[in-house]
Write a protein of this length. Sequence first.
Length: 172
Amino acid sequence: MHFQTLEQTLRERHPELAERVRFHDLAGRPLLKILLSRTQSVGLAFVRMGHNIVWAVMDPVLNSEPSLWPLNTPNDVLVDALHAHASAHLTGEPVSSPWRWNESEPSETTELADLLDMRGVRVRRVVGGNGYVAYGPRHALKLGVFDAHEAAFLEAEFPEAFVRVSLKPRLG
């Protein structure tokens, strides 16, 4: 039932993609997807990562990490994340910020990530309101859970260094 509600919400919030929206239940594994072509799609599903079940937005790019979200993520956020990824593929543009950083709201960390990215710095991870991130090799991804109330941060890779920039409420 939850996936049918998500499907309806997606069609209502993003009617320009309504004809591409499909719901599948393959062997008890529901999947909501937006068709990009006859063979590719962006999908939203429950995914088990270790002992946790999370929402995952998965795109057809093989070396990309899924966008992970807690189970209590509001439906509007989930369908907007799915829409952002599908729209990026359909237009040939990068996923828009803050969605490209797996965040639903702009923040100081997403703005810094955008600025670094515009200067050619590889931003590896941004943690703000959504503390769920995937890490590890693609074939054996693990779930990292960070408390965004403790500290927001981003990790960036420069040619000569790996940098972590944190914004901590108590320190600034």
